[in-house]
Design a protein around this ligand. Sequence first.
Ligand SMILES: C=C(O[C@@H]1C=C(C(=O)O)C=C[C@H]1O)C(=O)O
Length: 282
Amino acid sequence: MATPACSEDFWRFVKNGAPDNANGLILESVRESLIRQEDTIVFNLIERAKFPLNSPVYDEPCAQIPGCCGSLLEFIVKETESLQAKVGRYESPEENPFFPDALPPPVVTPYNYPQVLHPAAASININKTIWNMYVKELLPLFTVQGDDGNYGSTASSDVQCLQALSRRIHYGKFVAEVKFRDAPQDYGPAIRAQDRDALMKLLTFESVEEMVKRRVEKKAMVFGQEVNLGDRGDKGNYKLDPSIVSRLYGEWVMPLTKDVQVVLSHAIGNGTRKSSKNRQFH
Ligand SMILES: C=C(O[C@@H]1C=C(C(=O)O)C=C[C@H]1O)C(=O)O
């Protein structure tokens, strides 16, 4: 049977229980993107680790800025997203805003992104969970305690980290799309039955996850080492603790990526058709 031309056709096939051809190449390209995104995440975390925790960025209202009632981080993320929305960032199926309410429309001609995802994918946004994980759990793990007053640079660095983590975790939408397409005979019944455990089992490749954890740890070692000419390498002294990056992936990034996939399958099972990135799921 020929591969359905577009996502809509494909999902009709799934609903009808019709088989589809597996296409390993597609999963391969999704995995390649996830691997490349690791570089961005590790670099961004190394950049953020230059600053101490600087807790006022997160804990205190930014009283000096007129019209701002939340934290400095909230302010900078909202302003960044507003600017980026104008140039069409959130038209991309890879991007999900942290503050989707009242984003301005694009002022540029929209780029014609290929519609590869099921329409329900646009309704999935777990950025609230990602925000809480980053601020409450991750930051205290990889920054040193303290306050150097460098709040603007710290918050700018947080924007990069949050956006990179959000993109990676929401990439679960693409992982789900290719995995469901590759084996509709397995995923179709689990989606229709909304069987979370069965879906998790199908989606999980433990050997891949082990490899991912080892690779990101190695990337943190390579990217975070002191580079000297000659032999004076400062071995074992890293800008970011590599074991924390491995933990980040094992405890949060990969489980949340799979959550996105399961939430998507529920939305599909529930027949979510009309959707908008303006909805937050928790
Ligand atoms: C992304 C994949 O699916 C799952 C999620 C993974 C991840 O988030 O990196 C890794 C392995 C799988 O358990 C994959 O199979 O490559």
